[in-house]
Design a protein around this ligand. Structure first.
Ligand SMILES: [Zn+2]
Length: 321
């Protein structure tokens, strides 16, 4: 059986290439340029349904961020370059608009998935989002794209259970904090620990009505494909089956790759395909395998591109039982 590329949508916008243009920074426009180049070389690009989306409306950004922070980012972008977060997170002239369109892509993908127009969406966005807090830019992130998408799915589409799995090598502190006290979004993460940002210990499991709806798998550097697959099979996939999510969102960072300069894990490019395959099989009986994937980190350009391609291939494969 052949891959069905017609049921995947690839969200991308040239404005993402202008964020941090000309800056020496690990989270740079070449990351996306090389992904697109590789997809063209491997003839995947021609099969992709590439779409843009309007910027997320302020109303939806404010479901996950403070109004003060929203205006702070807008003002910082207008007088760019601006350094936030101790200089780690930088804004250039188009950064606010790029961040708002990134969140807008994730929201448009939610609409298309829940209308059953598509089965999967990959948002190739910059800046990334999972470190962004309610009122603070952090770790190269401005707006928390996956958190805004989850809020949108709950409030605009009246979903009751959304599962976010974050496989970026860094813990998604911002996303965890967004939903730490609630049970309508389940947040799970596999990440390197100790490592930036220092959160994501196994004992962080949510609180109040959110207790038991946060699941962290901190791993020492050096974890390989087999370790990740074992965690999926023994813990993560059973948690998804128990929770019965109506939508799965992947915070898809590719910096747990063995060659990544910012991570110390040992994953192959194909591991991202294999995790995708197992997640889709698990989601098939729950929601027909509707999966939204949003780019986070990944800093070794060639291997980022190969890992994204493996992920996209797995998102379009027929699902084995
Ligand atoms: Zn990362």
């Amino acid at each position: 059986m052949k891959n069905d590329w017609s049921r995947l949508r690839f969200y991308y916008d040239p404005i993402f290439l202008t964020h941090l243009e000309g800056f020496q920074h690990p989270e740079n426009p070449a990351r996306l340029e090389i992904i697109v180049e590789h997809l063209k070389e491997t003839a995947i690009w021609a099969k992709l349904d590439v779409q843009q989306a309007p910027a997320a409306d302020k109303k939806w950004v404010l479901t996950n961020h403070s109004e003060e922070y929203y205006h702070q980012l807008k003002a910082a972008s207008e007088k760019a370059p601006a350094l936030l977060d101790g200089g780690d997170t930088i804004l250039t002239a188009n950064s606010f608009e790029a961040a708002a369109r990134g969140a807008g892509c994730a929201m448009a993908a939610v609409d298309a998935l829940l209308a059953d127009t598509i089965d999967s969406a990959f948002c190739a966005v910059r800046p990334p989002g999972h470190h962004a807090e309610f009122d603070e830019a952090m770790g190269f992130c401005l707006f928390n794209n996956v958190a805004i998408a989850a809020r949108y799915a709950l409030q605009a589409h009246e979903l009751e259970r959304v599962f976010i799995f974050d496989w970026d090598v860094h813990h998604g502190n911002g996303t965890q904090n967004s939903f730490y006290h609630s049970s309508d979004v389940f947040f799970a993460s596999i990440h390197q620990s100790p490592h930036y940002p220092g959160t994501g210990l196994a004992g962080e499991r949510g609180s109040g009505t959110g207790e038991g709806y946060t699941l962290n798998f901190p791993l020492p550097a050096g974890a390989n494909d087999a370790v990740y697959m074992r965690i999926l099979e023994e813990h993560l996939l059973p948690a998804i089956r128990d929770y019965e999510p109506q939508l799965l969102i992947i915070s898809a960072g590719f910096d747990a790759h063995e060659d990544d300069p910012l991570g110390g894990m040992e994953l192959s490019s194909e591991a991202f395909g294999e995790m995708t395959r197992r997640l889709r099989s698990t989601m098939k009986p729950l929601n027909g395998a509707k999966v939204l994937s949003v780019l986070e980190g990944g800093y070794h350009h060639n291997n980022l591109a190969h890992s994204v391609a493996a992920h996209l291939r797995a998102l379009t494969e027929p699902i084995s039982a």
